[in-house]
Design a protein around this ligand. Structure first.
Ligand code: SF4
Length: 180
């Protein structure tokens, strides 16, 4: 069973929604997560954080080990339900195909662009990070010259919780070491 728990405005795109949903998971789901991630192209499993992140178009989807799923840039409730159902099917498939999945095979990393990063920054150009603009910060972040935590408002202000989580998911899925 899948369900929608919360629908919020998406700061990354005010015309879209940020949706928190849930899929039913079994007790051993945490052990299954690498297998689920293996079945999702361009996804990454972060063992330490206990989540799988992937990009679906402009959307960032994060599956948590407790079954919660956060989705950014969602058009409507129907689209969110469709994504949750797809994830549920993938989880079932992972259980079925577990023995055939070779986790040692390297997976492609998510390709993250400067615009992807910029979309999940506050976009206020406040300069607190020492850069003139959020765009300049996004470029340096992707070049490895800045740390995501240098954007203080992103970690300080409650209203940025959603974009912060999405950005961290995105960066870790792209292979960046993100210590939070
Ligand atoms: S601190 Fe964050 S919000 Fe402010 S300019 Fe830098 S990246 Fe943008």
């Amino acid at each position: 069973m899948v369900e929608i728990r919360e629908i919020l405005p998406c700061i990354a795109d005010p015309k879209k929604l940020r949706v928190i949903g849930r899929i039913d998971v079994k007790e051993d789901f945490k052990e299954m997560m690498p297998y689920v991630a293996w079945l999702i192209p361009n996804s990454a499993y972060n063992k330490k954080m206990g989540w799988i992140s992937f990009k679906k178009g402009a959307r960032i989807i994060t599956i948590h080990s407790d079954g919660f799923v956060t989705m950014t840039q969602i058009k409507d409730e129907r689209e969110a339900m469709q994504i949750l159902e797809e994830i549920e099917q993938l989880v079932n498939k992972a259980y079925e195909k577990k023995d055939e999945i070779d986790l040692s095979k390297p997976k492609e990393k998510i390709n993250v662009t400067v615009m992807d990063v910029y979309n999940y920054l506050p976009k206020t150009n406040c300069k607190e990070c020492g850069e003139q603009t959020c765009m300049a910060f996004a470029v340096k972040l992707l070049n490895g010259e800045r740390d995501v935590k240098d954007c203080k408002p992103l970690f300080r202000e409650k209203k940025y919780t959603g974009i912060r989580e999405a950005l961290i998911s995105l960066l870790s899925a792209a292979g960046f070491e993100v210590e939070i």
